[in-house]
Design a protein around this ligand. Structure first.
Ligand SMILES: [Zn+2]
Ligand SMILES: [Zn+2]
Ligand SMILES: [Zn+2]
Length: 136
């Protein structure tokens, strides 16, 4: 979290109360959150920013590569990637689960960068399908 604060400050950005709270909530959850859930969670912290503030803040943080925006099945999600993980997305109920990845895939992702001489700053990988409940 302090690293994120430093990144913002060193690029001349201000650390407002709202901005700090958004970073806090997102890093606390460390996986995909919708804007609505984010607002809900901010409310429990007694912070009630209006929609356009949230929109601007998320745009700012996404631009700075601090927050990743991910559109899955038409819904926008936001997350601060702290550990390397990917997602399972259920097309039935919308459930998103976080999955840890093995060394094999990690190696392969590194190779992709090397082989294409591409400096990857971020990536996301989602598997779409039906969860246990929705298969029934
Ligand atoms: Zn995630
Ligand atoms: Zn990966
Ligand atoms: Zn499901």
């Amino acid at each position: 979290m302090n690293t994120i604060h430093k990144t913002i400050q060193s690029s001349g950005g201000r650390l407002t109360k709202t901005r700090k709270a958004i970073i806090y909530v997102l890093s606390e959850n460390c996986c995909l959150l919708t804007k609505a859930t984010l607002i809900e969670k901010l409310k429990t912290k007694k912070i009630k920013p209006n929609r356009s503030t949230i929109y601007r803040e998320l745009q700012f943080l996404t631009k700075k590569n601090i927050v990743i925006k991910n559109t899955l099945a038409g819904v926008d999600y936001y997350e601060i990637p702290q550990d390397h993980h990917h997602h399972l997305v259920c097309l039935g109920c919308g459930l998103i689960s976080k999955i840890e990845i093995g060394n094999h895939l990690k190696k392969q992702e590194k190779q992709i960068a090397e082989q294409n001489n591409f400096n990857i700053v971020n990536h996301s990988l989602e598997f779409y399908g039906y969860c246990h409940k929705c298969q029934a």
